[in-house]
Design a protein around this ligand. Structure first.
Ligand SMILES: Cc1cc2nc3c(=O)[nH]c(=O)nc-3n(C[C@H](O)[C@H](O)[C@H](O)COP(=O)(O)OP(=O)(O)OC[C@H]3O[C@@H](n4cnc5c(N)ncnc54)[C@H](O)[C@@H]3O)c2cc1C
Length: 445
């Protein structure tokens, strides 16, 4: 009797430096590899819809993973149903004895693992660290005792040696004879493809981008350029591949160390590592706080004084606010699925502090749009900006006029993205100064 294993891919869409996949390759005789994409409603109206940019990058990542798996004797099946019911059906159908996956900061994913563990005590579950620079086993404190600020976290983890990435397994156990993969590519949700996207998904493209970045001398000046608003070279642009797991942070770190050894080591190269530690901080922050990552009061005891105003929200999404720099950023995001770190800070600060909107709606909009959407980094950074997260300063309100002078002194970015073509009115009122409640008409004003 063969032991059958199941590998549940999530945000680890790669075969290189995938410790859980290596373990599965050593422990079972037959293996089924799946990715679950629950039915999503397409279009901007629904809270669980994904933008065309996200769908395109995800599809490319899945095609890339499938082709890597095929070279190892396996293949991927994408199932358009929620993970819990999908896995439960596969357990019954194929007598699964072991389930593997990469540790995740995603509360929803961890809830599924918990339910499966409770429901199937005879199955072996292996959720193995692989998505962060520093694994949970290397942390010098339990996750529950994660320091309350990034600086304290950084001081504790900086002495830790980052492990080398693992190579891909030589081969993988075959699928059971009675498990045929579906025609998932044909059934993939429809989207309007972008013929010249900024980024193309998949492990192969991620490695190519990583090597291309370090083949130039960009890393040597990263610290001084990283606040740019437009272009490919001012920051690393590793995030889309990191967020989808096409690249592991340890693979990035290995390339960074190589650059430091053979080209140059300076403040800027250190700062790339520093930013990757921010990413790790938010992963553990999400794990520690669980569902509070999404709650209005965040990790604080009090609720912010903001609310939801449909017209303001729509205007912000469309880039039609009285703030040209914010409009330019939102139009850039809508047209490409990417926004600079500076741009994200400005649009989030505007959302919360100028428009007085409930930060969760802003976070949910970026979740739909960003190619590099990462649950921990997105919701964690929004909490920080909204004053309900891990910020010792309380909250971050940016002076948008001052920021424009510093980062777009000649208004080139604003002109390029048509940020000045906007409404000067935030809330529509009728002749008697009453709010116009028809938000569709009002948003066009
Ligand atoms: C409101 C808001 C929402 C955000 N949402 C996301 C998100 O969904 N996904 C995401 O990956 N990042 C998010 N970020 C963090 C950051 O803006 C992006 O990681 C960065 O802009 C990606 O571009 P890059 O790869 O060129 O970054 P670089 O500046 O080159 O940084 C290198 C890497 O460090 C990590 N990093 C950098 N800054 C941060 C940060 N503040 N928090 C966490 N990790 C960081 C990323 O993995 C990034 O790829 C958000 C920031 C804000 C303010």
């Amino acid at each position: 009797m063969h032991k059958v294993g199941l590998f549940w891919f999530h945000t680890d869409l790669r075969v290189v430096d995938n410790p859980a996949l290596v373990q599965a390759s050593q422990e079972v005789d037959r293996l089924i590899c799946i990715y679950c994409l629950p039915p999503i409603s397409h279009g901007r109206k629904s809270p669980n819809s994904l933008s065309d940019h996200r769908l395109q990058f995800l599809q490319e990542s899945l095609i890339g993973l499938d082709s890597s798996l095929r070279t190892l004797g396996q293949q991927l099946d994408v199932i358009y149903a929620p993970a819990l019911e999908t896995i439960a059906q596969l357990i019954t159908r194929h007598d699964i004895g072991a389930i593997y996956g990469t540790s995740s900061a995603d509360y929803g994913v961890n809830e599924v693992w918990k339910l499966l563990r409770d429901r199937y005590p005879l199955i072996t579950f292996s959720q193995i660290s692989g998505g962060s620079l520093i694994s949970s086993l290397q942390l010098p404190f339990p996750v529950d005792e994660l320091p309350d600020s990034f600086s304290k976290f950084r001081r504790k983890v900086e002495p830790i040696e980052i492990s080398e990435p693992l190579i891909a397994p030589d081969s993988l156990p075959r699928r059971p004879a009675n498990a045929t993969a579906s025609e998932w590519l044909r059934l993939f949700p429809a989207f309007m493809p972008n013929p010249s996207p900024l980024f193309s998904g998949g492990e192969h493209n991620g490695i190519e981008h990583l090597q291309g970045y370090f083949a130039k001398d960009l890393a040597s000046s990263y610290k001084t350029t990283r606040n740019g608003l437009d272009g490919m070279d001012y920051s690393t642009k590793f995030s889309p591949w990191l967020a989808n797991g096409n690249l592991s942070p340890r693979t990035v770190m290995k390339a960074l160390k190589g650059y430091e050894q053979f080209v140059e080591k300076n403040d800027s190269t250190y700062w790339i590592y520093f930013e990757l530690l921010w990413r790790d901080y938010f992963q553990y922050y999400a794990l520690k706080y669980g569902v509070r990552l999404f709650s209005f009061s965040g990790i604080k005891q009090h609720k912010p004084g903001t609310s939801f105003y449909a017209e303001r929200y729509q205007k912000w999404c469309q880039g039609n606010t009285p703030y040209p720099i914010v409009n330019a950023c939102m139009k850039q995001l809508n047209s490409s699925g990417y926004l600079s770190n500076r741009g994200r800070q400005l649009v989030a600060s505007c959302f919360v502090h100028e428009l007085n909107l409930d930060w969760r709606y802003g976070a949910a909009y970026l979740e739909q749009q960003l190619i590099d959407y990462d649950v921990a980094s997105n919701w964690g950074n929004w909490q920080y900006l909204a004053g309900v997260g891990a910020d010792p300063r309380g909250h971050r309100q940016f002076d948008l006029a001052k920021q424009t002078k510093i980062y777009d002194p000649d208004n080139l970015f604003i002109h390029k993205w048509d940020g000045e073509n906007c409404s000067s009115v935030l809330d529509s009122v009728d002749a008697a100064d009453w709010p116009i409640l028809d938000t569709v008409t009002a948003a066009k004003i």
